[in-house]
Design a protein around this ligand. Sequence first.
Ligand code: DC
Length: 664
Amino acid sequence: MVALPFLDLPPLATAAGTVRLPGSKSISNRLLLLAGLASGITQVHDLLDSDDTRVMLEALAALGCGLEQGPRITHVRGLGGRLATREARLFLGNAGTAMRPLTAALALLTARQGGRFELEGVARMHERPIGDLVDALRGLGCRVDDLGQPGFPPLAVSGPQALDLSRPIRVRGDVSSQFLTALLLALPLASDAGEITVEVDGELISKPYVEITLALLARFGITVAREGWQRFTIPAGSAYRSPGAVFVEGDASSASYFVALGAIAATDGVVRIEGVGHDSIQGDIRFIDAARSMGADIRTEANAIEVRRGAWPLRAITLDCNHIPDAAMTLAVMALYADGPCTLTHIASWRVKETDRLAAMATELRKLGATVDEGPDWLRVTPPATWKSASIHTYDDHRMAMCGSLAAFGGVPVRIEDPKCVGKTFPGYFEALFSLATARREDVPVIAIDGPTASGKGTLAAAVAERLGYGLLDSGSLYRVTALVALREGLLEQDPLPEAEIAARAATLPLSFEPGRVRLAGEDVTDALRAETVGLAASQVSALPAVRRALHELQLSFRRAPGLVADGRDMGTVVFPDAALKVYLTASAAQRAERRHKQLISKGISANIDSLRADLEARDLRDSTRAVAPLKPAEDAKRLDNSALTIDQSVDCVLGWWEQQRMT
Ligand code: DC
């Protein structure tokens, strides 16, 4: 079952809690390349696991580096400056941090040692400029052939070629700092004959990223001398020396979404961000200063940040964002909550990133009701007078998706298209967001799926929840756990049933839930709960009013952003009477008996179809004739008889209803 190509966020209200950041993309890919070029083995700790690092790892593997990936440590056996393979075609997705430095490194290696490598990416990668880097490499004597449009990937580098390193290498600095970074990372490969100087033409943008490059080169034993931001010299005989173990900091750009979250919504608690702090080598850490100037209340530690809401509405700012190009996108969304227009300047590089981010941001913020003025290298955002619910297009750009999610605090629902694109740098972003952000319960949409036993509602509910990215409540499991506890304690042997005692157990069940599993005081009881004896006992205990009351609040607590699919008997009638969609699922008794029979046989449990049917009918009768919360369709429920439907057909039917009701 694949998730739908969108994620609907309800209006969000507050935020509190702790998030552990994934590793920095910029640091991860630089370290991987350095480790790949160095001799010996480098242990990379806390490497980011994302699309961009995956393509870098695949490229290194194709080049013959030895890789061993553990849960927290990746071992890289480097090439020691010697090509292990002379030909490969490298697919680098949309990772600028892989394309640019690998082009430079392989151009130099093939010039020296011979060979031919092709470097390509996704369609957008082929629209992202690389011409200035290619010009610099050709100026040195490297052979770089355009395989598509000149100045853009795909490219081929080949050799041998004679290199001339006697003159300074000139590279433009005002389109992307990655060109300079690529040269600085790769040129030590050619420093055996003498020192190498790089001169930057034009003003260098995004200097903090170059600082990361210099800091990481230093970790590998290469000290680049720098005169201002114009001239960089790599000493003669520079060789990459693995420091043995290196640690990847949390991603400071990713931190910006949670800093913003705290600034917007940490009213009752604190948002704590672990993995970066004031000791960070990443330039985007300075986003904190910008957020502070908008009013955020921020405290930093060496490796953590704590944020609370300060000024509200946020204070409007005008800011030169040259030093925080990526995190500045987050400011554009914070601007929606400001007390006046915010102006972000010096952000021309936005136009050559994963998408034209200036145009994209302007278009999407306007959909929300903001007034946005856009120049060649600036953006002005005037907050919405009235917020509008919007579907945010994300342009296959992780940052557009993460920024878009922060618009859900404007009081209206927001749809994020193609939410999976966050995988470029932060695959678990939305899970992290929902572990911190809360919505008012009444704002969280619920789909209630009720029906008799073995109607397939559990399977249907789980599939619908997965497709929508919503949470799941299998309310039957709560009655089943209660029954299991009561059975184990012999409480069901008493007549009449000790209602108060069973209810007391239900009120304090030591439960924890993981996807598809239920734990009782740590014990995995998922399978035990499915036993027929437990199902019958559940039907008994669920008829006790005190038990139903005891489980009521627990069921309500499942109603959390972004939404809930709840299945049971009384989801639409009693527990979530305001559910936005109520489905009453049925199937003939014969069908249901047959399904249950198949289910049991597949688990190796023998069963008799006639007695199963008799059991089902007895449970239906008890569930539907009991005095409290009897099984019956809610008045406004949509009925679905799935006797003749496949699971996929039932799921499509429910999702169709859901989309319909969303439009009304
Ligand atoms: O859906 P299930 O078979 O896991 O449910 C087990 C029993 O729990 C069922 O016989 C009736 C009861 N139940 C209930 O009374 N109300 C619910 N919302 C869910 C289940």
